[in-house]
Design a protein around this ligand. Sequence first.
Ligand SMILES: [Zn+2]
Length: 315
Amino acid sequence: MVENKIFAVADVGGTKILLLLVDQDRNVYLRRKLPTPPGAAPELVAKTINEALSRALQDKEMERSGLAGLGVCIAALLDFEEGVIYEAPNLDWHEPIPFRKLLQEYCSCPVYLENDANAAVLGEVTYGAAQGHRDAAYITISTGIGGGLYLDGKIYRGSGGFAGEIGHIKRFGKGRRCGCGGEDCLEAWASGEGIARSARSLWDEGDPSSGPLNTAAVFDLAAAGNPLARSIIEQAIDDIGTGLANLVTLLNPSCLVIGGGVARNRPGLLEKIRDKINRKAVAPAVNISRVEVVPARLEPDAGAWGMFAMMCAGE
Ligand SMILES: [Zn+2]
């Protein structure tokens, strides 16, 4: 019997860690979600991943020595070559952390560490919504706004590994701090949290929603015709449209994959973003070479599949 190559992939989020065991033919042996330890130190997160991996292998009666690779993606500004995380705002990590080394302490197999949006764009290009494209971008609009670039047939990381951070381009709105430490980033105004912040600041009192004033409530109010909610949503769409039109003007991609909870199940929103891009980007980049604006197809596993693709390619 031919021994299967087994790969482990983990997507580390601010609240959850997704762990998959996959063989070289993309058969999923195990898919498990576990909580990210709250306020966790990097050592503890590495240990948590390792322990979950040990349990997963045990449950599947697999040997750790049979593991062909571990790929971890995370919402962080990191150096792929060095495996060092510089900023992970969701986890409150702000000092350089040799995270790949921490993971490697538990594993003899190759360990890969990548930004989650970079991993997601590779996942969507390889198996998802951007298959066949050589120049694509993945944008996630959720609590924050993240971006990953795939240019000329490979992930584009930039000189230090920090490229693609479209959520932190400026300048939008006025006078709002962003989680990155900057001010008036796109994310601070147009992300799910940005939309909720706008609503909360405008509705200090007399909150017209029956429940908590979160992103979904603002969308519901806008759909019901509330003019303030409508203007907040319209402004956020306009800001996202401006940010993505600038990306199209600068990089001339053929596909933009839109992921994240804010755009999910809101096809009208995607249509409006597409319309803004068509009107705001330099004309030939949308007329002569078409740019597809499509919903993500692999969520919430896009990052995990990107790490799998990376390990299979032995990049
Ligand atoms: Zn920012």
